[in-house]
Design a protein around this ligand. Structure first.
Ligand SMILES: Nc1ncnc2c1ncn2[C@@H]1O[C@H](COP(=O)(O)OP(=O)(O)OP(=O)(O)O)[C@@H](O)[C@H]1O
Length: 654
């Protein structure tokens, strides 16, 4: 499992030491590798184009000292033709460079985005509990654009410009070493200034990109929560919060602009002063007859040709720093160990450095940290350990695995759980949970608000892993099952029914890998959703809006229930599935659900007696433990806490 540092979003990273920009950028290599030939060719073409630019001053020198001095019009025309050819070749080569990289780099950006999305799907729920969606969105959008821009432009031009400056410096020194030294005098101060700039700009870029992520979160929350904002008239305070963030972002952007202006100023002024100095000195040397006019022209043309490569260093460093920051932010997410490796039986096999025990989120190397099913036999009848009233289950096992006779169904053995972000000295939320739901049995889970019912149910589909103890499904240790196996065995309907921007049918059918269109009707019937789905403009082919907002709460809940039952799961986890239904619909759904529950092993979080009555037995969760197990009537008779909860007194007292 990821440790807290991994699951937590980075705090203010600008306060931390920044990793070297080069090291951050080198991490992009695996993604850039497939297009390396194009990148290197583009760099070579760029260097060639730039060197052609440096030949132009040499042609000028030849023209001034030759045809111009000798008043030879034919030579002047020839020189002009050479210059034109060189100029056209330079332009064509720069165009070719751009063409070479544009398409492959769009592919690199898409591949990185794809990898990020796939990774996000496989990260533990604990990670998503802690990271804001805006931070993730901005890493998958703006940050990746910055990376593509860097690979397309500054990466090549840092190389092209460095080569141009180097070749140009040699040409200057060869033409007239004394003038060359005057021109090269600003190199050392400029290098110092550039390194100071780089450090400062790197921090500013980090701050800006983090603030952009926060801003995205606010926008997203405002859009999704628009009903609450309007309902409570919070648009002014929301707008104020938004303004504060945009103001902070603007301040950071201005700081970047100031830093950029500062380095551009130095990068322009110092070389200009040097060129001025060389011009004065060169003119004196021409006047003294120690230097030809052609050499001075060539010298100054070379110096002017080097102006852009020097001036642009500021821009290129800025873009490089932004890309390095983007790379850091991208890999902060990519470095969080994933929960599972598809196609492997043991979750997380092959993913290095994952999973410290006791942190509460699904682990990728669970077999390492917990003994395997063969090492730790499941207690022969964990139900015997249950602390309170017992009676035979109404449903006997339909088909028990002979190898695990008596341990089939859903078994919690000494399960303990603490959320990864809970204070380390706080007691675990769930302690020593030992519970046996027999094959085919429906167990209701009852407890006060906040007692941990949802948390306990979330352990079954492995949204989180217990911090101690074990859960088994039909005798198989849950921790040894791959993600696909768990998904095939367990279906869940959450308290908050989430629907996706897709058709009703797609939303329901995503509940079962092998679910067919024919299962759709059955699932909708169980959830008593046929009526309203049939009345939708295009029936089950109707698109439901973002998060299914175009449907009522009860309708969404019924579709979520249909999704849970569509795949005929062996284990069904329902978190208060009928809470948003009216009494009449609830009775109809219950009648249909009863038939589904008869064929599955189910754990149903229940708040109301009507839901509890769906179950064969009831487990009472109190103080983080299973305080009692029995039938509804037994618990009503013998357990005052349960009686209070069912009568509503318990909740009212809280
Ligand atoms: N992701 C999380 N990180 C940290 N703590 C959490 C997280 N989710 C829930 N909790 C805490 O765990 C406790 C139990 O929450 P849980 O949702 O399991 O209770 P519940 O019994 O289902 O409540 P309800 O009946 O109101 O739905 C609460 O105190 C809650 O604040």
């Amino acid at each position: 499992m990821a440790d807290t540092a991994h699951t937590s979003p980075p705090p203010d990273r600008t306060a931390l030491p920044q990793p070297s920009a080069v090291r951050s950028l080198l991490r992009l290599w695996p993604f850039a590798r497939p297009v390396r030939v194009r990148l290197f060719t583009a760099a070579f073409v760029g260097v060639l184009a730039s060197c052609i630019g440096l030949v132009i001053p040499l042609v000028l020198k030849w023209m001034v000292d030759g045809p111009v001095a000798e008043r030879d019009p034919g030579g002047v025309w020839l020189g002009g033709a050479y210059l034109l050819l060189l100029g056209v070749a330079e332009a064509l080569l720069f165009g070719l460079r751009r063409r070479l990289v544009a398409r492959p780099l769009a592919g690199v950006e898409a591949a990185m985005r794809d990898a990020l999305y796939r990774h996000l799907q496989r990260l533990p729920v604990a990670f998503h509990d802690r990271w804001s969606s805006g931070q993730l969105l901005s890493r998958g959008t703006t940050d990746l654009q910055l990376v593509r821009l860097f690979l397309a432009f500054p990466l090549t031009f840092l190389l092209v410009n460095a080569t141009t400056i180097l070749v140009g410096a040699v040409l200057l020194l060869v033409q007239r070493w004394s003038l060359g030294l005057v021109l090269l005098a600003p190199v050392v101060p400029l290098m110092v200034l550039c390194s100071v700039f780089e450090a400062k700009y790197g921090r500013a870029a980090r701050r800006t990109q983090d603030q952009l992520g926060d801003l995205t979160t606010v926008v997203e929350e405002s859009v999704l929560g628009i009903r609450v904002i309007k309902g409570f008239g919070r648009h002014r305070s929301q707008a104020r919060a938004f303004r504060e963030l945009t103001h902070a972002l603007r301040t950071s952007e201005l700081r970047k602009a100031r830093l950029l202006a500062w380095i551009l100023g130095f990068n322009t002024t110092l070389p200009e002063i040097a060129i001025g100095g060389a011009l004065v000195l060169g003119t004196l040397q021409v006047a003294d007859g120690v230097l030809s006019a052609g050499t001075l022209v060539a010298f100054l043309s070379t110096a002017l040709a080097l102006r852009w490569p020097v001036e642009s260093i500021g821009f290129l460093l800025a873009m490089g720093n932004e890309a390095a920051t983007a790379s850091d932010r991208y890999f902060e997410v990519m470095d969080v160990p994933a929960v599972d490796v598809p196609g492997t039986d043991a979750p997380g096999a092959g993913v290095p450095g994952t999973g410290a025990p006791g942190t509460g989120a699904p682990d990728t190397d669970a077999p390492d940290r917990r003994p395997s099913a063969t090492e730790r036999p499941i207690p022969q009848d964990p139900a015997l350990k249950e602390p309170a009233l017992k009676e035979p289950a109404a449903q006997e096992p339909a088909a028990q695995d002979p190898a695990s006779a008596g341990t089939g169904g859903l078994v919690f053995s000494g399960v303990e759980f603490r959320y990864p972000d809970a204070p380390p000295d706080s007691p675990p939320l769930l302690k020593d949970i030992t519970l046996h739901i027999r094959p085919g049995e429906t167990m209701a889970l009852v407890g006060a608000t906040g007692s941990g019912k949802t948390t306990l149910t979330a352990l079954v589909p492995r949204l989180y892993d217990p911090t101690a103890g074990r859960i088994s499904l039909d005798g198989r240790d849950l921790a040894t099952l791959g993600r696909d196996e768990v998904r095939a065995l367990v279906a869940v309907a959450f308290e908050e029914p989430t629907l996706f921007s897709a058709t009703v049918a797609e939303n329901v059918l995503m509940g079962g890998e092998r679910a067919q269109e024919s299962d759709l009707g059955r699932a909708l019937a169980v959830a008593q959703a046929e009526g309203f789905v049939g009345a939708l403009p295009e029936g089950s082919a109707t698109q439901v809006g973002e998060q299914g907002l175009s449907l009522s709460g009860g309708q969404r809940q019924r579709l979520a229930l249909a999704r849970a039952v569509v795949g005929r799961p062996r284990f069904l986890i329902l978190d208060d599935p009928l809470s948003a239904l009216d009494v009449h619909t609830e009775a109809l759904v219950e009648a249909a659900l009863r038939r589904v529950l008869a064929t599955t092993t189910a754990l149903v979080v229940a708040h109301r007696p009507s839901t509890v009555l769906l179950a064969d037995r009831v487990a009472l969760l109190s103080g983080g433990r299973i305080a009692a197990v029995g039938t509804h009537h037994q618990l009503l008779r013998d357990n005052p806490e349960y009686t209070a909860l069912m009568s509503g007194e318990g909740e009212a007292a809280r």
